[in-house]
Design a protein around this ligand. Structure first.
Ligand code: SF4
Length: 247
């Protein structure tokens, strides 16, 4: 794993150092040698990869959960596999009940006709089922990413549909995109190559385009039809799809 990059300008390093130390303190507190029941979800976008890289300093075997919808870009799968090899990730690919072919055979192209249903089947359901095995969930979410995330808390209880409550931690909540980019440069973290093509928020290929609004990095997601897939929305008890409120 790469060490910190001494070529970063001193002023940038001075601003980043306390930010990184605060994140590391949160990780250190949760990822003690005796800790169990902790996981981190990683989409392999920059902030998730940064948080993964930092978490591995304390828990090299930390379960890294990836929502393997079957609809990701080939570049995302290749990057995931490269990092999994290079960083020896304890990668947990969460699969939907149906393959893409089975779902499309039964329902057609749900990402066109009913994207909420598609996300529920391929993301929300598999993740919430998996999270029931954990007590702490780390995520790279940031408030700056979208208006729907503006009230994001760094630490908050998250009630799963079955009634179990886990602790959801977002230690990068107040980081800017610039902070993330500099930190990745500082730590010599290779980024998903799709950023170099102009993508600013990267999910499933059918639901991701280049940003439609240069001032909104998530404006290329779902062509503006919706803003969240649902995994970061607090579900109502026993029903992951109704009466959502932002967690
Ligand atoms: S992001 Fe699109 S393709 Fe992926 S699960 Fe949601 S609707 Fe389906």
């Amino acid at each position: 794993m790469s060490t910190e990059n001494a070529a970063i300008p001193a002023a940038v390093l001075a601003a980043l150092t306390p930010l990184l130390e605060r994140v590391r303190a949160t990780l250190r507190q949760q990822l003690t040698p005796a800790a169990n029941g902790v996981c981190l979800t990683c989409s392999f976008q920059a902030e998730d990869v940064l948080l993964t890289r930092l978490a591995l300093e304390y828990a090299p075997d930390l379960p890294i959960l990836f929502l393997d919808t079957g609809y990701h870009f080939a570049e995302t799968y290749a990057y995931r596999d490269q990092l999994a090899r290079d960083w020896k990730l304890n990668l947990v690919n969460l699969l939907p009940a149906q393959t893409v072919a089975e779902q499309e055979s039964e329902h057609g192209l749900l990402y066109q006709s009913a994207p909420d249903q598609c996300c529920k089947l391929r993301k929300v359901g598999p993740l919430f089922d998996a999270l029931a095995d954990y007590r702490v969930w780390f995520t790279g979410l940031r408030r700056e990413q979208a208006r729907s995330r503006a009230a994001l808390e760094e630490s908050a209880p998250f009630a799963l549909p079955g009634g179990q409550t886990i602790l959801k931690l977002a230690p990068l909540a107040d980081w800017t995109t610039r902070d993330v980019w500099y930190a990745c440069e500082l730590l010599a973290i290779p980024l998903l190559p799709l950023y170099a093509q102009g993508y600013t928020s990267i999910g499933c290929q059918p639901c991701t385009t280049l940003p439609l609004d240069p001032n909104d990095p998530r404006s290329g997601r779902w062509s503006g039809r919706k803003v969240e897939c649902g995994i970061h929305i607090q579900p109502a008890p026993e029903d992951a799809s109704s009466s959502p409120t932002v967690a």
